[in-house]
Design a protein around this ligand. Sequence first.
Ligand SMILES: Cc1ncc(COP(=O)(O)O)c(C=O)c1O
Length: 382
Amino acid sequence: MTPHEPPIDRRGTSSEKWEKYAGRDILPLWVADMDLPTAPFVLNAVRKRLEHPILGYTAPPNRMVEAFTAWLGERYGWRVDEDWLVWIPGVVTGFNVAARAAAIEGDDLVVPAPVYGPILKVPANVGLRGVISPLVLNGGRWEMDLDDLAAKVSPATAAVLFCNPQNPTGRVYDRDELEALAELVLRNKTIVISDEIHCPIVLDPTKQHVPIAGLDRSIEARSISLFAPTKAFNFPGLNAAVAVIPDPCLREAYESVGTGLISTYTPLAFAALTAAFEDDTDWLDEQNAFLAGNARRLETAVAGIDGIRTTRVEGTYLAWLDVSSLGLADAVAAFEDHGLGLHAGEEFGGPGFLRFNFGCPRSILAQAIDRLVEAAGVLGKL
Ligand SMILES: Cc1ncc(COP(=O)(O)O)c(C=O)c1O
């Protein structure tokens, strides 16, 4: 039996993803939210917390803090101190506050892109100059252009805003790529703000996620790393994340910038985080195997479509489709007309591209692939 069939009906839950196309025959494959169930042990933990009749203000539970530090240590070999952790209501909040803290020390923010849209907006949000370093396609994989980065990262750089595993290209950066970036950060005495929200979702068995701050003690001291299990265990709606800030001065700057602006955490988010970090079942491996099956099906299908190209997804449940050769003025609208709701490449700094969220049951993916084939056939003839 194929898992996750029949698909779960999300109507009536005010799902942002589904409401966008309510009443229209358009498959919503845009925002990074999966149509797969939240991990059952996460749901159980939330239910259990609801058995208590009071949902009061809640401090970070020791059990969660211990589970998270053990999680980083066991999965990634990075030993962190409990004092380095700042619990936050989301990774987007985390990198905006981090950039404001970094802004005290510099003029510009260097951003390898295309990248998750809200990261691109950070320089304007915090009043710094945004300096884009375009990723390059090399032998079928997206890479940072280290020469370009070396020319752009300078002592005036407040921070490098970084995303790994990379949204939207699906890259899981190798250790040597991370070492090269870390070396640039250290040489210029700047910091790296690293969004690692997708780190549990590695689909290529030859790949291993490496937290950049865990490379060694020197880059650790110049880092703010942001984690959340909300993508992998599928509870993005609970707004929960954690910043790891080893350097005490940087942590103090971060905390003072956030004072009075960041709401307190919810007990339900803490229950969910604890359950996710404590998970010692095969659930995540099985889900990653399922997602890898989806990735390979999509890649194989796209390889047979004239006018669309893509690259191998190593991590995340997002594929980055190059539709530039179709020459569409409005690619999103053109694919919506064929029943596909994809995410505009422009939002990630990649015009001519569309992002495809394949975190869905196989039957939805199969339907989406049929529509993609049909759409490319029609649009390619215009
Ligand atoms: C790379 C990346 N960072 C952050 C987020 C959002 O994180 P949060 O909901 O914790 O703010 C997303 C969601 O799509 C994402 O893909």
